[in-house]
Write a protein that binds this ligand. Structure first.
Ligand code: FES
Length: 107
C-alpha cells in the first residue's frame, strides 16, 4: 500500500554540524539528523531501541552512530543495529534542494 508522506523543512544544510547529531522535533516525531563526512544528510528516530538513549548525542563514525548510553552501533543510513546487538530504528528520507533540507514523514 502506498503511504502518503509529508515534506517538512528542517533547515539549511550549511547550518548542520558535520558528524554531530542534531535533534529535531516535528509533532510526535523526534529525529536525529546527521550530516555525514560525505555531505549526505540522514535522519533516524532519536531513540535507541535498547533503552531509549538519545542518538543525536552519540559519537559518529563514518555511517554509524554509537549510542551514548551503552555504545550500541547503529547505522545512520538504514537504522539497523549492528551485531552483536539486534534491532532497528526507523529511518526517514531526506531531500536537499539548494541548501534546504526536507524530511519526508508519514502523514
Ligand atoms: S540505550 Fe542505547 S545502547 Fe543502551
Amino acid at each position: 500500500m502506498e503511504q502518503t508522506l509529508r515534506r517538512v523543512l528542517i533547515g539549511n544544510k550549511s547550518d548542520l554540524p558535520e558528524r554531530l547529531g542534531k535533534t529535531v522535533t516535528i509533532g510526535t516525531y523526534e529525529l536525529a539528523i546527521f550530516k555525514l563526512a560525505s555531505g549526505e544528510v540522514r535522519a533516524i528516530e532519536n531513540r535507541c531501541p535498547h533503552k531509549g538513549g538519545v542518538l543525536a548525542d552519540g559519537m559518529v563514525s563514518g555511517e554509524y552512530v554509537f549510542c551514548p548510553l551503552h555504545d550500541w552501533k547503529i547505522s545512520i543510513v538504514d537504522g539497523q543495529v549492528q551485531k552483536p546487538d539486534d534491532g532497528c530504528v526507523p529511518s526517514y528520507k531526506i531531500e536537499v534542494k539548494n541548501d534546504l533540507v526536507y524530511v519526508l514523514l508519514p502523514e
